[in-house]
Design a protein around this ligand. Structure first.
Ligand code: GDP
Length: 295
């Protein structure tokens, strides 16, 4: 995960990690390298620039050069800032509803259906949760079948209504079904398109308004870098969503989305997807991710 970024940051911080004397000049050089590494990882220019600016200010504020181990302190400042950039503390998921309604949003191919299954499985394993999956993609019958396949794999019931082309009505009927049959979590998988368009946005906004979910989650493919961030912005403008799901972190992703998304939409990354299997889901911990990136 983020191998290239890790390597470049390691190289950038190498001088500081060593025991040579550390001067203002090599701190400035290091920060330049850090910024370059972030840009190479597809982090937005302004975010990368602000990041190194904050690190520099902190370093000056803490009189880094006069401390006993300036290099280590600098590395710690970079790590802390990276953690903060990715969200600070881990964000939980609100399961207070009766039933809890979770709406999944995102582009086609982002991993919504797969993640809906992973989340259902994750919650089911908590024992107190009995999830229901609801298939609201009325355009692609294959998408409904796919959710059934996922449901069968994890032994979670799937509500669908093939032939009904009103996603709001299906979502509402799914919730009613959940109430009747004792499901305390309803995960609603919706239709995505290949790019942001008005019809998709109107549809998801209508579903959102009708069902008032406790959690609206935006699913995004981490391989798409700055595009992921732009798509997040478009969805957040319409839905004011509660959290981001970053998928395909097992792939050869450069890391830009993971690093930038929180500061652009000001919403936490809640979970990550790390593979195609139902078990490949992890809670997102910004500090662990920063540890991983900085090695
Ligand atoms: P949807 O159109 O948003 O519902 O996306 P899907 O759930 O159908 O996922 C699209 C493709 O990405 C499928 O082939 C999934 O198996 C794959 N996929 C989803 N999540 C992950 C992940 O975390 N890692 C990897 N490697 N593949 C994933």
């Amino acid at each position: 995960m983020f191998n290239n970024l890790s390597e470049k940051l390691d190289k950038a911080l190498h001088v500081l990690k060593g025991h040579g004397s550390i001067t203002e000049v090599n701190v400035a050089e290091t920060l330049k390298e850090v910024r370059r590494a972030l840009l190479d990882a597809d982090v937005n220019f302004k975010i990368a620039k602000d990041f190194t600016k904050r690190v520099k200010e902190k370093a000056i504020g803490q009189n880094v050069l006069t401390t006993l181990q300036p290099g280590q302190l600098m590395v710690k400042i970079v790590k802390d800032e990276l953690t903060e950039l990715m969200g600070g503390d881990a964000a939980g998921i609100n399961l207070s509803g009766k039933p809890t309604i979770i709406l999944m949003s995102g582009l086609q191919g982002s991993g919504k259906t797969t993640f809906s299954g992973k989340l259902a499985n994750y919650l089911k394993n908590k024992k107190t949760k009995k999830p229901l999956l609801v298939a609201c993609d009325v355009y692609r019958p294959a998408a409904i079948d796919q959710l059934h396949v996922v449901g069968d794999q994890i032994n979670v019931e799937v509500y669908s209504d093939k032939g009904n082309n009103d996603p709001v009505a299906i979502a509402q009927a799914g919730i009613a079904h959940a109430k009747q049959h004792g499901h305390n979590v309803v995960i609603i998988d919706t239709a995505g398109r290949l790019a942001v368009d008005e019809a998709m946005m109107t549809e998801i906004a209508n579903i959102h308004k009708a069902i008032e979910p406790q959690e609206t989650l935006f699913v995004v493919d981490s391989m798409t870098g700055q595009d992921a961030v732009n798509t997040a912005k478009a969805f957040n403008d319409i839905l004011n969503f509660d959290g981001v799901i970053l998928t395909k972190l097992d792939g050869d992703t450069r890391g830009g989305a993971a690093i930038s998304i929180k500061s652009v939409v000001n919403k936490p990354i809640k979970f990550i997807g790390t593979g195609e299997k139902m078990e490949a889901i992890d809670v997102f911990y910004p500090s662990r991710m920063a540890d991983r990136i900085l090695g």
